[in-house]
Design a protein around this ligand. Sequence first.
Ligand code: NAD
Ligand code: ZN
Ligand code: ZN
Length: 345
Amino acid sequence: MKALVYQGPGKMALEDRPKPVLQAPGDAIVKLLKTTICGTDLHILKGDVATCAPGRILGHEGVGVIDSVGAGVTAFEPGDHVLISCISSCGKCENCRRGMYSHCATGGWILGNQIDGTQAEYVRTPHADTSLYPIPVGADEEAMVMLSDILPTGFECGVLSGKVEPGASVAIVGAGPIGLAALLTAQLYSPATIIMIDLDANRLAVASKFGATHVINSADGKAAETVRAITEGRGVDTAIEAVGVPATFLLCQELVAAGGVIANVGVHGHMVDLHLEKLWSMNIAITTRLVDTVTTPMLMKTVRAKTIDPAQLITHRFPLERIVDAYDTFGRAAETHALKVIIEA
Ligand SMILES: NC(=O)c1ccc[n+]([C@@H]2O[C@H](COP(=O)([O-])OP(=O)(O)OC[C@H]3O[C@@H](n4cnc5c(N)ncnc54)[C@H](O)[C@@H]3O)[C@@H](O)[C@H]2O)c1
Ligand SMILES: [Zn+2]
Ligand SMILES: [Zn+2]
């Protein structure tokens, strides 16, 4: 089969690989229909993710059809259409029983990281019963791809951890797919102010269309001042970091109001300063989180009901044979205006 393989920092290629086989009774082999590329895949390519070794098939998002299942799988059978969660969970270990699937003792974020991922014709999914979701008949399968990772991530790591409340003020730093997913799902809680901050004028225009009350291009270095002006000097109740570089985590420290929350979503590959000399007295909380995907079934309902329309995030489509072009397009989003690119396997 064809698969997109990480070959070390800055290098990847479409390679011929053997079709995966069942290794454990709980496994399923899924034939991919559609997959996509995440900002995290770009972090892997930058060499930011130490757990992902060269030779790994990338990708942790997608929808597909069950090809075969192990003897222990009871919830799915060949032919079923499924959503693949970016998080694999056994459902039984201590962390899974707490709903913290991201730290499953034998799962977590392993797909396209510690085991081969979804940017291929087939993928082996461990703990299939508790890591795949049935796709309702008639559902928009492209929209469903947004539920593998970005929608639960923006919602859980940004909105829920950030304690967004009715009437509150929110700043989201980073208007990529994750920041935009946080923007779409934050509106479930009716905050009064949602300020989107990025360097990319096109993505900021998209954010305005998706419901941001204010957008700020931080290229001039005055984003914190502008946020203070918008919030009458207070800062924001929730500052969501959705980029993953030191500059944006530092900016969130300047944006947060007394009593507020900095909710980090970005994957960081470098050390960042924490300005406790300013923040120690501010009654703030800082949260970090790897998405648990505990909210996936709920979000699936909001997508089905059209309360949230994540299909608006899809800007480009490529066949799997052209996935290297898809990476190039996604990686140069400022020029190509790419948000989510759908790869058809
Ligand atoms: N915590 C988790 O479980 C989890 C899950 C998925 C993704 N992520 C991470 O979330 C982050 C966002 O993902 P994405 O797919 O939206 O990525 P992306 O690369 O598409 O988007 C990042 C955005 O940040 C903007 N940006 C870059 N530098 C900036 C700066 N200095 N100031 C302001 N804006 C800046 C870019 O213009 C871009 O729009 C990534 O770090 C990704 O790895 C985390
Ligand atoms: Zn991801
Ligand atoms: Zn577990």
